[in-house]
Design a protein around this ligand. Structure first.
Ligand code: IMP
Length: 192
């Protein structure tokens, strides 16, 4: 089975390929020559994932899936959520995003948060949504150098370290994206 992953991020493809059965041939947008970014104009993770998957399905007619992820902080009414990548502004980076979160969380005792990934899958023209969630809390300051994005300030429930202090292998087993990927693999295996 040929499946397109509507992403330009080669790390995501490597991560996924490790878990997919060999009967599924995954290709990404760079491989297909789609170099332009697909604008993420929706205001939900689901909306953006569907938008990206539909865009590529309409262009290629091939089975496809797309992902979108956000950090949802309870005390900030779910922010940064769908705006996680650009929380501090379009030209800002992960350090700026973390600073903004910590500033908004100053003096806040409810530190509950979750990472949520949504996969929108279009197989034979039929849409299927899959979700992966990891619950945890926002630390008072950044800890660790591994990972990316908000990893240094997110401590998963049951752990004393941040996502940036545990190994990538361990993170992949418990993370939002890891869980969504396990669901994707199970879904695809059930079809073959
Ligand atoms: P994307 O939808 O996977 O591109 O994720 C959107 C944004 O969410 C990223 O730019 C990061 O800021 C944040 N993010 C997604 N996944 C993770 C993660 O595993 N750790 C930390 N931050 C993440």
């Amino acid at each position: 089975m040929k499946l397109i992953f509507a992403t330009h991020n080669p790390n995501k493809v490597i991560e996924l390929n490790k878990q997919l059965p060999s009967s599924i041939a995954l290709s990404d947008l760079l491989e297909l020559g789609f170099n332009e970014e697909i604008p993420e104009t929706e205001n939900t993770l689901e909306g953006n994932a569907i938008l990206k998957a539909t865009y590529i399905y309409d262009k290629t007619g091939n089975d496809v899936f797309a992902d979108d992820t956000g950090l949802e902080i309870e005390a900030l009414n779910g922010e940064p959520g769908v705006f996680s990548a650009r929380y501090a502004g379009n030209n800002k980076n992960a350090t700026d995003n973390i600073k903004k979160v910590l500033k908004n969380m100053e003096g806040v005792t409810n530190r509950k948060a979750q990472f949520r990934t949504v996969f929108a899958l279009i197989i034979a023209g039929k849409l299927q949504l899959l979700e992966g969630v990891i619950k945890g809390s926002i630390l008072k300051q950044p800890q660790g150098d591994n990972g990316f994005g908000y990893d240094p300030i997110f401590c998963p429930n049951g752990y004393t370290q941040s996502f940036a202090e545990i190994s990538l292998d361990e993170k992949s087993k418990i993370s939002h994206r890891g869980i969504a990927t396990q669901k994707l693999v199970a879904f695809l295996k059930n079809r073959t």
